[in-house]
Design a protein around this ligand. Structure first.
Ligand code: PSU
Ligand code: MN
Length: 310
């Protein structure tokens, strides 16, 4: 049997950016299909792409469609994906199977990192990464996003990990796996909807150039894996911890009560938080993704300048 060709397709905008060696920022698609309701999902995806462009880089939203890895989606493809029913949530384990079978696959953080790396894109913006779930000592539920950060050389900009997770265990896991966790502009590791988690981040950096330099130095050292940049949600849009945590506990109790497991847990919790906060969690989620997109664009630009100077 022969090895199949790599089924990568680039949107016209991304193709042009590659030709001109312009800075690119990868964006994921699970947040569109499983993280937000329609039509806010597609509106947000468009605003995030626009934020990347305004910050001087080119967005590449990634999804699996009809057996191909799409690096950059046209307006029409983005619409189709956002409205499609039965989109599979794709991580490392099911990436190849989804391509072979065809249909729609939304890429999680792990799958988006794999695709970005294949496409030569070093920076990726998302909302929050998956992590170690509460009760993982019994359920073994640890997101595949974490081991991906340990093996795929992409710098991921997120607003920390969602407060629905066990954050101390998530940080321990990342430390064991040798993943640099860099809080941006503050000492504390941020908790998605809130700027504060009560936990100190292992590293802190205050500018995009230093983050880009660290990315390149890791490659130079031959260290596999990426970096997690934890960018706190802008203060004007945060939901303070004491406000969001009672809702988080209530939603988690529903998961414990049964019926929700595996890949369905994170989408269920995000949907319940949306209902329990009367939409406030979604507003915060949108704002933090926009802020992460701007920071990722700045890092992508610094990566290009550093490479040009070398
Ligand atoms: N961040 C968001 N919304 C999301 C996600 C992240 O703001 O929906 C998605 C990402 O795709 C992430 C996934 O990879 O949730 C984690 O899912 P799990 O916990 O099942 O690994
Ligand atoms: Mn899981």
């Amino acid at each position: 049997m022969t090895t199949p060709a790599l089924p990568l397709v680039f949107s016209p905008e991304v193709q042009e950016a590659r030709r001109l060696n312009r800075p690119l920022v990868a964006l994921e698609s699970t947040i569109i299909t499983h993280g937000m309701p329609y039509p806010q999902n597609v509106e947000t995806a468009r605003r995030v792409e626009a934020a990347v462009r305004e910050a001087g880089a080119v967005p590449a939203t990634i999804a699996l469609m009809d057996g191909r890895i799409h690096i950059g989606l046209t307006e029409e493809e983005l619409d189709r994906l956002a409205q499609a029913k039965d989109v599979a949530k794709i991580s490392r384990a099911d990436f190849a199977a989804c391509l072979v079978r065809g249909g729609y696959g939304a890429t999680t953080v792990a799958a988006t990192m794999i695709a970005a790396h294949l496409a030569g894109i070093g920076v990726f913006a998302t909302g929050g990464i998956g992590g170690v779930h509460r009760g993982a000592e019994a359920s073994f539920d640890i997101s595949a996003d974490l081991p991906e950060l340990a093996q795929t050389a992409v710098t991921v900009v997120a607003a920390g990990a969602k407060a629905i997770l066990d954050l101390p265990k998530t940080l321990e896991y990342l430390e064991t796996q040798g993943v640099p966790v860099i809080a941006y502009g503050q000492d504390e590791f941020p908790a998605f909807w809130s700027r504060s988690s009560g936990l100190k981040a292992p590293l802190r950096m205050d500018n995009a150039a230093e983050i880009a330099a660290a990315h390149l130095m890791r490659a130079r050292l031959g260290l596999p894996g990426g970096q997690l940049v934890a960018n706190p949600i802008p203060a004007a849009h945060e939901i303070p911890r004491e406000e969001i945590m009672p809702h988080v506990e209530a939603a988690l109790a529903e998961v414990d009560a049964g019926g929700v497991s595996a890949k369905a847990v994170t989408p269920f919790l995000l949907q319940r938080l949306f209902e329990l906060t009367e939409g406030q969690s979604l507003v915060a989620n949108i704002e933090l993704v926009l802020s992460n997109a701007r920071l990722a664009a700045a890092i992508a630009r610094e990566l290009i300048s550093a490479q040009a100077a070398a």
